[in-house]
Write a protein that binds this ligand. Structure first.
Ligand code: DGI
Ligand code: FE
Ligand code: FE
Ligand code: FE
Length: 191
């Protein structure tokens, strides 16, 4: 639709080419997953398109943007992980610029990097689609792609977390406290 096309054109100017292609991949993957899991396909397609809206900023730029958007409280827990701020800043910026965007879409964007306890189906879809979109090449991801529609959404999300958190550990990266909390919450539920 017109709103989607207009934001797609905006995004092409906000992020580099490869990130733009990634966003289109997440958009189509999220839409397909929404169809499979009985969620709003149009909302998922738009959330996927917009999820990396603020990915074009460098570390200093994204910190300044968080302050400017009035969400500097996020900065404390994200102190050494500024690359995780683009979710919260994108949600705040999009809400300000496009007040017509529904809250569930903004939430999915805000949570797409760390996850959170009690994620909605749309939140889970955007999180997973971010990892399995066709542009991501990695052996472990094919297994996740094959699970779409065969397992419940929460189970697919836990499998995706295994992949994402496992990668962070292997690369000796910091793990955001929200990501740890999410892991504990969903793993306990999956038992
Ligand atoms: O924006 P994307 O690259 O599409 O993916 P993303 O928003 O899910 O994550 C951005 C980066 O942050 C990516 O390299 C994975 C990484 N990441 C996700 N959770 C954590 C994390 N990095 C750290 N250090 N800690 C986390 O908990
Ligand atoms: Fe992202
Ligand atoms: Fe992600
Ligand atoms: Fe992404």
């Amino acid at each position: 639709d017109a709103f989607y096309q207009a934001r797609r054109d905006d995004l092409a100017h906000r992020v580099k080419r490869s990130r733009f292609e990634h966003s289109l991949g997440v958009s189509e993957t999220a839409a397909r997953m929404a169809r499979v899991y009985g969620q709003d396909e149009r909302l998922a397609r738009l959330a996927g398109l917009l999820h990396d809206w603020d990915k074009g900023y460098d570390d200093e730029g994204i910190r300044a943007r968080a302050v400017e958007l009035g969400i500097a409280d996020q900065l404390a827990s994200y102190l050494d992980m500024p690359h995780l701020l683009h979710g919260p800043t994108a949600a705040a910026a999009l809400a300000r610029e496009f007040p017509e965007l529904p809250a569930p879409l903004l939430q999915a964007i805000r949570l797409h990097t760390t996850g959170a306890v009690g994620m909605s189906p749309l939140d889970l879809i955007v999180y997973v689609a971010d990892v399995i979109e066709p542009g991501r090449y990695c052996a472990g991801v094919d297994k996740l792609r094959d699970m779409v529609g065969k397992v419940e959404l929460e189970e697919l999300f836990v499998a995706t977390l295994v992949y994402v958190v496992g990668n962070l550990i292997e690369r000796r990266k910091l793990i955001h406290p929200d990501t740890v909390t999410v892991w504990n919450y969903y793993v306990a539920r999956a038992r």
